[in-house]
Every structure is written in structure tokens, then in C-alpha cells.
Design a protein. Structure first.
Length: 493
């Protein structure tokens, strides 16, 4: 029968299945601690069971070998006695099979589970038996089982195993030669292996019991040990669950030097990168919203107040275009600073420092009418990103142009200082005030007293230089120029 929706005859309503919730998945999920414990118990159970089964197999094999040796020994002794023995009453070889069997049995001492029997009779009949008078600790000894004696006496084999409900019998038989047409006779040695096998089974059961106790002890110990080993992993899960964009400060305590400690260190390093990334993102948003608000307000205000006068419209368009250009520069600088947090921000390659310094000098000369000088050049091959370093040096040169007058000297150079190298731009301007030296490399910070007021930047140039230096594992610093001015130095280790 088809189920139809109300108001839509004949339309089949597909069955709906609710997606599994997080709580449902948590109930179905088996923890790593439990999985480790189950696998350990499975391996141990298989190993202990194998040991117990192997031990039982070895004991049964040894029992079989001992029984076979005993049967062979008893049969051999009777064969020798039959061939070489003499009747103690006559001093002559035996002529009566019954007398032979009786004398031999009187001189033998059998094991507890062993029977020595002489059988005299004809094939197909129940033979007459000659036995030792002693108790056999089995349910039905051979000397009381006529059917078993008949089957053994009539068998053409010399050894065999007789399976009975009352217990197994391992036997060996030595036929007695005929003496003048006398009835047939045989010597039979029978062994009841039931008690020997029972001892092997008892050892097997004891091993299984010990294995069970060992498994219980292992369960408790493994549960505690697995909990201690996986504690950092649980901390990773708990910490990851508690992380939010607003709180990335949680870290996992690291103890020891094993793989779990390495996992915790890796997770903490990942959190450090995430925290820096989120901080960069928030800073970018904050900086963009703060710095772009003013030019947007200026553009909107001028457009709202713009009249119909052509001269006024031309002036408004010029002001708006200038503000839009400034906004574009701010956005590009902010994007560059945001990219500085990425691992591919710099792409180092072998570079001749002398050639790089000369290229920077040639490019900087077009920034303004100054007395440009190539002060010194270090002749060394270094590993760095030539484009980023050129960008930083040109930014420093532009900064020097903004704070010097036409004709003043600006020197560009590079030098080697042991394993480190230095690239610098030195100007002969008014220098940097001590209170400004601490803040000029921060974003949107121009200092309390600017060296001249020629620039119209947003205060991001030196921040970009700092980001490029740190991307190379180096730093940027400020020194006083001899004779007055400021020297900005990029130091790369």
C-alpha cells in the first residue's frame, strides 16, 4: 500500500531519516583506550591459549612416546625369555605355553596402569588368561573384559589401540610358538593411558585458569597504562573542543620525550600558528576599518557638497581621486603585511650581494633629487629573497627622501659582519627623536615629532620593512648617522 501526502493523491512520501547527532556519534564511537585494551587482550588471549594448547600437545606426545617405549620393552623382554628361558623345575626349555607365561608373569613387576596377561586358547574363542593378582585403577581392566581379550587375541597385529566406552587400551602382543600341537598362546602387555591423559588435561586446565587470571590483571594494568599514555591525546581533544576564535591561548602541557609528547608539541605549534593567523586577520580588519574610515568620510563629504560649478567639480574630483589613491595604497600595504605571516612570504635563493646593492642604488636614484651615494658593497653570495629585500631597501630610501631636502646626501650600502650581513640606508636629515625611535616600526605610528612633513603615507612603510626583515629571520634597526641624520639597517643572519 502506497502512503500519500494529504492533498496530493498518489504522491509517495519518501521516508525521512534524521541525521545522526554528535551525541549519537559519541555513543557509537569506541575510544582509543578501549580499542588498545581490546586488541591487547585479544593478542594475549590467543598467545596464552596457544601456549596452553602447545603444552598439552607436548605432554600427550611425551605420554605416547613413554607408552610405546614401555610396550616395546615388555614385549622384547618376553621374547627374550621365551627364546632363552628355562623351566626352574626341570632345568630344561619350556614345553608348555601356560607354564612359560605363568613363570614369566611371576617374575615381572608392572606399572600402576599396566597389565601383563597371558592368553591361551584358539582363534575366535575367549582365551583362558593368566594374570598377576593386583588391583588396576581403571573402570574395567582388560582381565575383566572378555570381549576385549578376544579381540586382541584374534587380531593379526602385534600392537594396536582398543577404544572402549570404559577407556582406551594401548596394547602389544607376542605370540607364543606352538609346542607339539598345543593350543595357541600369546603374551599381552596392555596400558591404560586414561590417567596420563587426564594429567595432561589437568595441566591444560590449570594453564587456562592462570591465563584467565593473567588476562584480568593485564586488563587492569593496561587500562591504567593506556589511560596515562593517552592522557595528552585526550587533552588535545579537550583543548581542540574548547578552542574558539576569541580564545586561542590554551596549550597542552608537554611531559617527556616520546611520540605523545611530540604530538602535544606539534599541536601547540599549530595553535601558535592559528593564533598568529587570527591575530593577523583581526589586526587587518581593525586597521582597515580604522584607516579607511577617514578617506571614505572625506570622499562622501566632498561628493555631497559638490556643486555645479565646473572649477569646483574639477577640484572635488581631484580630491576624491587623491583619497582613493591613498585608500588603494593603504589596502595594498595591509595586504602585504597580512601575507607576511604566510610561510611563502619570502622565497630565498642564492644572490650576489654586491649586484643586489648596486641594483637598489640605481632604482633609488629615481625617487628624488638627492645626493645619492653608493657607500660600500659587500662581495658575498647570500641566501635571500631579492625582490623582498629590494622592496624593503627602496621603502627605506623613499622614507629618507621624505625626510630630507633636495641636494642632501643619502648613502646606500652593504657590508659583512661575520656570519651576518647588513644593508643600510643613511640620510643626512634631522634624524629621529628618541621618543619616536620605539614606535616608528609599528603600524600607523609616525612618531610624535615627524622628521619634516613631506610624506602622505599611512605609517605602514617601516612596518613592511620590519615584516620583510623578520621573514628572513633578521631584524631592522635604527642608528644615528655621523654628522646628523638617521641610518636604517637591515641585519640578516
Amino acid at each position: 500500500m502506497t502512503t500519500t501526502a494529504a492533498g496530493a493523491p498518489g504522491t509517495t512520501v519518501p521516508p525521512t531519516t534524521e541525521p545522526a547527532t554528535t551525541a549519537d556519534r559519541d555513543r557509537l564511537r569506541i575510544s582509543a583506550r578501549v580499542r588498545i585494551l581490546l586488541w591487547l587482550l585479544l593478542v594475549m588471549a590467543v598467545a596464552l591459549a596457544s601456549v596452553a594448547a602447545t603444552t598439552r600437545s607436548i605432554l600427550l606426545r611425551d605420554t605416547d612416546q613413554r607408552i610405546n617405549g614401555l610396550l616395546t620393552q615388555e614385549a622384547g623382554e618376553f621374547a627374550n625369555f621365551e627364546e632363552q628361558g628355562f623351566d626352574p623345575e626341570t632345568g630344561r626349555p619350556f614345553t608348555d605355553p601356560g607354564r612359560l607365561l605363568r613363570v614369566f608373569l611371576e617374575r615381572q613387576y608392572a606399572d600402576l596402569d599396566e597389565e601383563l596377561i597371558g592368553l591361551v586358547g584358539r582363534q575366535g574363542t575367549v582365551p583362558t588368561q593368566i594374570i598377576q593378582q593386583r588391583e588396576i585403577p581403571v573402570a574395567l581392566p582388560l582381565h575383566k573384559d572378555a570381549d576385549a581379550r578376544r579381540r586382541i587375541f584374534g587380531s593379526p597385529d602385534t600392537t594396536g589401540t582398543l577404544h572402549r566406552p570404559e577407556g582406551e587400551i594401548r596394547w602389544a602382543k607376542v605370540a607364543v610358538a606352538r609346542y607339539g600341537g598345543e593350543p595357541e598362546a600369546a603374551f599381552v602387555v596392555a596400558f591404560h593411558p586414561g590417567r596420563e591423559k587426564a594429567r595432561a588435561d589437568e595441566v591444560f586446565r590449570v594453564l587456562l585458569a592462570i591465563s584467565g587470571v593473567a588476562l584480568l590483571m593485564t586488563t587492569g594494568i593496561a587500562w591504567v597504562v593506556a589511560g596515562r599514555i593517552l592522557k595528552p591525546v585526550r587533552l588535545v581533544r579537550t583543548t581542540a573542543a574548547q578552542l574558539t576564535e576569541q580564545d586561542l591561548t590554551r596549550r597542552i602541557p608537554v611531559h617527556g620525550h616520546d611520540d605523545v609528547a611530540a604530538l602535544a608539541e606539534t599541536f601547540n605549534a599549530m595553535l601558535d600558528r592559528l593564533e598568529r593567523a587570527f591575530a593577523t586577520q583581526r589586526r587587518f580588519v581593525d586597521d582597515a576599518s580604522h584607516e579607511l574610515r577617514t578617506p571614505i568620510t572625506i570622499v562622501r563629504g566632498h561628493l555631497e557638497l559638490m556643486g555645479d560649478d565646473p572649477a569646483e567639480r574639477e577640484e572635488t574630483v581631484r580630491l576624491v581621486t587623491d583619497e582613493l589613491d591613498r585608500m588603494s595604497r593603504i589596502v595594498e600595504d595591509l595586504l602585504l603585511l597580512a601575507k607576511a605571516e604566510r610561510p611563502d612570504f619570502v622565497s630565498p635563493e642564492p644572490v650576489q650581494l654586491a649586484e643586489l646593492t648596486a641594483d637598489v642604488y640605481v632604482k633609488a636614484r629615481t625617487l628624488g633629487e638627492r645626493d645619492w651615494r653608493l657607500a660600500e658593497v659587500a662581495d658575498r653570495e647570500v641566501l635571500l629573497d631579492p625582490q623582498r629585500i629590494t622592496q624593503a631597501m627602496v621603502q627605506l630610501a623613499q622614507n629618507a627622501v621624505q625626510h630630507t631636502a633636495p641636494g642632501q646626501t643619502i648613502r646606500i650600502g652593504s657590508r659583512a659582519d661575520g656570519p651576518s650581513i647588513e644593508l643600510y640606508v643613511a640620510d643626512s636629515g634631522p634624524g629621529v627623536q628618541p621618543q619616536d625611535a620605539e614606535v616608528i616600526f609599528e603600524r600607523f605610528r609616525r612618531g610624535t615629532a615627524r622628521r619634516g612633513a613631506r610624506g602622505s603615507g599611512a605609517g605602514l612603510g617601516l612596518s613592511i620593512v620590519k615584516a620583510i626583515a623578520e621573514g628572513h629571520g633578521g631584524r631592522v634597526g635604527l642608528r644615528d648617522t655621523e654628522g646628523g641624520g638617521a641610518t636604517f639597517v637591515l641585519t640578516l643572519d
